[in-house]
Ligand binder design. Structure first.
Ligand code: AMP
Ligand code: MG
Length: 431
């Protein structure tokens, strides 16, 4: 068994005292192994689940060449020379779901509606507004339409035997429609990842409890619950654990026994680290990092087991997040999220960064990546502009609620002046 320390010391830029975000992400990515179990679920339950196998198209979609317009279908060969006029007799009609059966001669055409199968031999559709119809005859200029126009080809959307969707995809509304268009009613998905989490701290009180002097309500568990649910992960809330070695040990082992991943918040900063450190080293393989990142400097990462020492009992990946509420969210999104997606079996996609100009000066120290909270909007000229929310303290959770993006200030960057370009990561997307 390679230990985390053996492994991570080989990563470029490894420095547990000031670990660059990219190095931390690289280590975490290596240690995240996807769950393997597959479930077959009805189509509607597949939304937001991770596709476990390629969906191979059992048929062509559309199944037949069909018309893209309301008009008249005919053989393109009838067009003849440019600049002339064609006259065709209407042999019948075809509607979507009601094909025209029978041959269509070179001098004939068939009235077709959008989606109607093209009659045998017909490869071209002239839109109805381009023809003059007199009785059962139509006439139009040969310049109006090219041979093969306004035809949707069989298999143009999906060809039989090709992979319509690849394993690892997180299924979206269009994917459900696409799977349905293949006549498939059940979808193979990975089982949901199970993530156990608890908060640590003697000062924490749960909802419904009275707030004694010096205490705060535990908000991290609720934020974590919500962030996990958004990733369609099974959250397992293990409550608040006191800053006490035995209580902590029991909670960690219990968490490892019941989940794929264990997340904790609090107790990993200097001062409290030693206690957690000793404890985790006895039955886990955990590194305590000081990330070159703000907020979110202290972070513990590794594996824990449900047994009394490493390698004994059931394993789980472990993230000891900082206690400050904003730091919890930032480390979750920047360090933990990708690992959870990989473990869920998803092909992780990089989160897009958009360039925006800063409407305020921003203080930034080179040598760490900062994730400030910002409000981005497009100005009258259509350019993105971003304003940092007031307080950037890692304890001020309202800054996350107020913001609609992270302002991502790269490792090497220093102070930003007004009008300078910065990267932003928007919180919300369309689908
Ligand atoms: P710690 O990392 O345990 O020293 O905690 C850092 C700060 O975050 C302290 O002010 C804690 O009171 C606060 N904190 C820790 N855990 C939570 C939590 N679950 N909910 C709200 N605040 C917390
Ligand atoms: Mg604490």
């Amino acid at each position: 068994m390679t230990t985390l320390n053996e492994f991570s010391s080989c990563v470029t830029q490894y420095d547990p005292q000031a670990l660059p975000v990219t190095a931390a992400q690289a280590i975490v990515r290596e240690w995240a192994t996807p769950v393997t179990a597959i479930e077959h679920v009805p189509l509607h339950e597949a939304l937001d689940r991770v596709l476990a196998q390629d969906i191979v198209s059992p048929c062509n979609v559309p199944a037949h060449d069909n018309s893209a317009m309301d008009g008249y279908a005919f053989q393109g060969a009838a067009l003849g020379a440019q600049g002339g006029t064609v006259e065709l007799s209407v042999a019948g009609k075809a509607l979507a779901g009601h094909p025209f059966n029978g041959p269509v001669g070179l001098s004939a055409c068939v009235r077709v509606m959008t989606g109607a199968s093209l009659p045998q031999g017909c490869d071209t559709v002239v839109p109805q507004e381009l023809v003059t119809r007199v009785g059962e005859t139509i006439r139009f200029g040969t310049n109006e339409v090219r041979a093969g126009a306004n035809r949707r080809l069989a298999g143009e959307d999906l060809a039989r035997g090709s992979a319509a969707l690849r394993a690892g995809r997180i299924l979206r509304p269009s994917d459900l429609g696409l799977i349905a268009s293949l006549g498939i009613a059940e979808v193979p998905v990975r089982r949901r990842l199970r993530v156990a989490f608890f908060s640590t701290g003697d000062e924490l009180r749960s909802l419904g409890e009275s707030l004694d002097p010096g205490c705060v309500y535990d908000s991290n568990r609720h934020t974590l619950f919500a962030m996990l649910r958004r990733l369609n992960i099974d959250p397992l809330d293990l409550g608040v654990v006191r800053d006490h070695p035995e209580a902590l040990e029991k909670a960690l082992r219990n968490a490892a026994a019941s989940a794929d991943v264990v997340l904790t918040s609090g107790g990993v900063s200097v001062g409290e680290a030693d206690l957690t450190k000793q404890l985790l080293q006895t039955f886990g393989d955990v590194a305590f990092w000081s990330l070159a990142m703000r907020p979110g400097r202290p972070l513990a990462f590794g594996r824990v087991w449900s047994g009394e020492r490493p390698g004994v009992g059931l394993p789980a990946l472990f993230f000891g997040l900082p206690g400050n509420p904003v730091a919890v969210m930032v480390t979750f999104y920047q360090i933990v999220r990708e690992a959870l997606l990989v473990m869920s079996g998803a092909t992780a996609q990089p989160v897009p960064l958009i360039q925006a100009t800063s409407s305020e000066p921003i203080r930034k120290r080179a040598g760490r990546t900062e994730y400030q909270r910002g409000v981005a909007r497009r100005n009258a000229r259509g350019q993105w502009q971003v304003t940092p929310t007031g307080s950037q303290s890692s304890g001020v959770l309202s800054s996350m609620s107020e913001a609609n993006c992270f302002i991502v200030l790269a490792h090497e960057r220093s102070d930003v002046s007004v009008g300078e370009s910065v990267d932003i990561m928007l919180f919300d997307g369309l689908i």
